[in-house]
Ligand binder design. Structure first.
Ligand SMILES: Nc1ncnc2c1ncn2[C@@H]1O[C@H](COP(=O)(O)OP(=O)(O)OP(=O)(O)O)[C@@H](O)[C@H]1O
Length: 259
């Protein structure tokens, strides 16, 4: 059953010099607890779509609904994780995880205990008194995940959260993220231009095309790949078949663009 719906979303950026259409009539439907990837080349409107879902931008046209009610009535259900971790360098790891509730007032004992439990969950309880610059990039992204989970969002928006990491750390973090999100039964939307990452992590993939940004193709990742971890999935023949199919589509789109 549909949970999060985007219905006829179009978006224009206006400036004094020009009017740029970033998104054209995007409609998609996501089931609760599913992991969905928005895949496409630079400039196809992936981040604009995430910003619209997160209500950072109001779309020029169309509506976003969660369980058929406007997303505006559900703003606290959404968590956003970005490519950069945006941890505060002058605060300890534990204080960084506690930052959300602290901004809303005094930290309760329950919230403090929750932050400690989340740091245990992401295997970073041993560094809670350290500062961000004492941690590796992968560890910092795990802190960012713990901080995002502090507010208990039902929907997580992930804007290329692994793209600044080295390849090995990225694969390990993909595994970790999929395990955590399925354990906590979260609905997730990942923005990426990495075909392998989209296949290895997702249930559904929306392939986007640019100028203006729109959905070119919706693909469902086969069950045999979905039941494997992202690292194991990369060895399955169905992963390679889907990779080739998407690669071919993207190459054709590229050729159409350059004509
Ligand atoms: N603030 C803005 N003002 C004007 N145009 C913008 C603005 N933000 C994005 N755009 C344009 O809208 C289009 C979609 O941009 P968007 O950042 O959503 O794409 P993207 O797929 O996320 O790209 P990338 O992978 O490079 O982050 C692009 O052509 C971009 O230049």
């Amino acid at each position: 059953m549909s949970y999060l719906e985007l219905d006829g979303i179009s978006h224009y950026y206006f400036s004094e010099q020009q009017c740029k259409q970033a998104i054209d009539q995007v409609s998609l439907s996501i089931e609760k607890g599913k992991f969905t990837a928005l895949l496409g080349p630079s400039g196809c409107g992936k981040t604009t779509l995430l910003s619209i879902i997160a209500q950072l931008i109001k779309p020029t046209e169309g509506a976003v609904t969660i369980e058929r009610r406007s997303v505006e009535q559900h703003s606290r259900m959404i968590g956003y994780m970005l490519q950069q971790d945006y941890l505060f360098p002058w605060k300890t790891i534990l204080d960084n995880v506690c930052i959300g509730p602290k901004l809303h007032g005094e930290l309760t004992e329950l919230e403090f205990n929750k932050a400690k439990a989340l740091l245990r969950k992401v295997s970073l309880d041993h560094v809670e008194e350290l500062y961000p610059n004492q941690l590796s990039g992968g560890m910092r992204q795990r802190v960012a995940l713990a901080r995002t989970l502090m507010t208990d969002p039902a929907i997580l928006l992930l804007d290329e959260p692994f793209s600044a990491l080295d390849f090995q750390t990225k694969l390990l973090l993909e595994n970790f993220m999929v395990e955590m999100l399925s354990q906590y039964k979260k609905t997730a939307i990942l923005v990426t231009h990495d075909i392998g990452e989209a296949i290895a992590m997702s249930d559904d993939i929306y392939l986007m095309q640019p100028n203006p940004g729109r959905i070119h193709l919706h693909l469902t990742v086969p069950e045999v790949v979905r039941e494997l971890s992202p690292i194991e999935a990369r060895r399955h023949p169905e992963y390679h078949r889907l990779f080739d199919e998407i690669w071919k589509e993207m190459t054709e789109l590229d050729q159409q663009e350059s004509k």
